[in-house]
Design a protein around this ligand. Structure first.
Ligand code: ACM
Length: 556
């Protein structure tokens, strides 16, 4: 093991300097830790025992090869000091977890395997590393609604996010095409809402486009989700659930038509994509049901943040319904827009009363109704985030370009199916959230950044990993590292880092382009970009001026 490994760390630490020598971990590794370091010591023991075959056991401080010391702070900083006798990790309790993952990057990549290989020497380079994150929110969104991921995929993703010092996993659990969370008070949400008969090919936006003829579905039990939450928490990651409202809710309405706007015209779980006109209604019986759903959700997810969606909700069905119009009038509200404000305000206050904060896509800033603790996720470019920050709200940056990883990683026709062209690895790495920001004071409201894996056209688990990696590695550095290399230097570091993904068995896109079996070919995964992101950006800016989507984007 040479100190060259310091030049392969992703994300790059604040500082890393080599010292002479190395520490050879013995077959019996002694660990000393203080009380605040218990979680980090447990994690290190679990992960490294499995992969290395070494035995980790408590030892006196002077005799220990690994020492973990907590300073009790609330940040995420850590310091690693390794000499020929021991490796010491000190820092805040949360920072120690990141220190464990950096220590793993210092070990041979084989520590990312699930069982020991013969002949690996578990040596650590003598060094001093000081590190802390740039942003407090380093997130990734997984859309489990459009294509369901088995629980094991989510756990696997947690491992991969933790490897890169992410600390938030946003699970998009409901949408038009599926409802993925067990709610005991409303069993039809999963009995009916968790599966569909069919899926439109490509980014089909109507029932008349070709479909695949294959049922699709799945859901997580509450215990599955509690398991994911606990597994992620042990790895420094908070799982934020999203229940999409009032739009993107067709699966809910398919299960319970009385919560939709046209109760006499039942719908099926969506099989095609785009923006549906189907919204939940804002009538008292629906609000009460949604509160029950959130009450159950809060027992599963301790996350301080609860995402309620809020994007792409055309209000025409609220405007057209006599019952909804009468209800709007009974509340003394002037119109459907004011009802929309009321709807957000209701759930923002509901969540605040239970000690949680509402998060919503940036459309919600258009209508208001937020409580001061609400958080805006800026997806239609950056303007929604800027407006929200200037109004004093905390902001998360998730702009389509360059954080939507359902866009192709390259414009070559050998890429697999994607939603459109293109978010290159280089684009992700070049993303500087502050670059276009108008003022420093409101930039301080930016909690962090997040990448999105929407799954309308990400069909299976291998495809998911291909779209995610290595772009997740680039976003990790945007989110974590104070200073960034030029892209060429990052690419060189990444080339070494990919050995860690290889050891874990990740289906990433190689830097030279897709392997033959990763290409789209001429079948179901054929490259057929539907949107050109560069062209769409101008429209998005215009769209971001309003709360409702432009009519030409509606499905059907
Ligand atoms: C979104 O992409 N509609 C949030």
């Amino acid at each position: 093991m040479s100190s060259d490994v310091l030049a392969t760390l992703v994300p790059q630490p604040v500082s890393a300097s080599a010292r002479p020598g190395s520490l050879a971990l013995p077959a019996q590794v002694g660990i000393w830790r203080d009380d605040g370091a218990a979680a980090a010591a447990d994690l290190l023991t679990i992960e490294l025992s499995r992969a290395t075959g070494l035995r980790f056991a408590p030892a006196a401080r002077e005799a220990a090869q690994i020492v973990l010391h907590s300073d009790g702070d609330s940040g995420e900083h850590y310091r690693i000091e390794i000499d020929e006798r021991r490796a010491s990790i000190s820092g805040s309790p949360a920072g120690l977890i990141h220190g464990v993952y950096t220590l793993r990057q210092l070990l041979p990549a084989a520590n990312w395997r699930a069982a020991p290989l013969p002949g690996v020497a578990w040596n650590l380079p003598a060094c001093l590393i000081e590190d802390r994150p740039r942003f407090g929110w380093r997130g990734c969104m997984l859309d489990t609604a459009r294509h369901f991921s088995p629980k094991q995929t989510i756990l696997r993703f947690v491992d991969l996010l933790a490897m890169h010092h992410f600390n938030r996993l946003h699970l998009h659990l409901t949408d038009d095409q599926g409802w993925r969370v067990e709610i005991k008070a409303f069993p039809k949400l999963t009995e009916v809402g968790s599966h569909r008969a069919n899926t439109g090919l490509g980014f089909a936006v109507s029932a008349t486009e070709p479909h695949d003829g294959t049922p699709h579905g799945g859901y997580y039990t509450q215990d599955d989700l509690r398991e994911i939450v606990a597994y992620a928490a042990a790895r420094g990651i908070i799982v934020m659930p999203e229940i999409e409202l009032p739009g993107h809710a067709r699966a809910l309405i398919a299960a319970y038509p009385e919560f939709g706007c046209l109760p006499d015209e039942p719908v099926d779980v969506g099989t095609y994509f785009g923006i549906s006109r189907d919204l939940v209604n804002p009538l008292p019986h629906t609000i009460a049901a949604l509160e029950t759903i959130f009450e159950e959700l809060l027992t599963i997810f301790p996350s301080p943040w609860i995402h309620v969606g809020g994007d792409e909700a055309p209000l025409e069905r609220w405007r057209d319904s006599p019952a909804i119009r009468a209800h709007i009038a009974s509340l003394g509200l002037p119109d459907a827009e004011a009802m929309r404000t009321w709807f957000t305000a209701h759930f923002a206050e509901f969540l605040n009363a239970r000690g949680r904060r509402l998060v919503g896509w940036d459309e919600i800033i258009h209508y208001g109704g937020l409580t001061p603790s609400s958080v805006i996720m800026s997806w239609r470019g950056e303007k929604g985030g800027m407006k929200a920050a200037q109004e004093g709200y905390d902001v998360l940056m998730a702009p389509v370009f360059p954080t939507y990883f359902d866009y192709a990683q390259d414009e070559g026709a050998d890429e697999p199916l994607s939603i459109g062209q293109s978010v290159l690895l280089e684009d992700v790495y070049a993303y500087e959230p502050s670059a276009r920001w108008p003022d420093k004071a409101s930039f301080d409201k930016v909690l962090g950044v997040q990448c999105q894996l929407w799954r309308e056209v990400i069909l299976d688990e291998a495809h998911l990993e291909y779209m995610a990696f290595p772009r997740v590695c680039a976003l990790a550095e945007v989110a974590w590292s104070e200073t960034r290399d030029d892209f060429a230097a990052f690419r060189q570091r990444l080339a070494h880092h990919l050995a860690r993904l290889d050891a874990y068995g990740v289906n990433y896109r190689p830097l030279a382009g897709p392997r033959p079996w990763q290409q789209g070919g001429a079948g179901r995964k054929a490259y057929q970009p539907r949107f050109n992101l560069k062209e769409a950006l101008a429209n998005l800016d215009q769209w971001a001026e309003s709360g409702e989507p432009p009519a030409e984007h509606l499905a059907d």
